[in-house]
Design a protein around this ligand. Structure first.
Ligand SMILES: [Zn+2]
Length: 65
């Protein structure tokens, strides 16, 4: 894993929500996800947890984006 600079995944990669114990993986970490799941704005998530982690080689069954 390496630190990403955006909330969107690059091609052939996914991003993983930076919030502890979340584990949400998708092609983008949406504002809606942050609000619904964490009750935080995406900016608040970034300040507290940082940017999403880029991940590769994820199994399709783990993608719930
Ligand atoms: Zn999350």
């Amino acid at each position: 894993m390496s630190v990403n600079k955006s909330w969107n995944a690059l091609s052939n990669e996914f991003v993983k929500c930076p919030v502890d114990n979340c584990g949400h993986i998708g092609t983008i970490i949406t504002k809606t996800h942050c609000k619904l799941v964490h009750n935080m704005t995406r900016e608040a998530v970034r300040k507290r947890y940082g940017m999403p982690k880029r991940v590769t080689k994820v199994k399709e069954s783990e993608i719930n984006g």
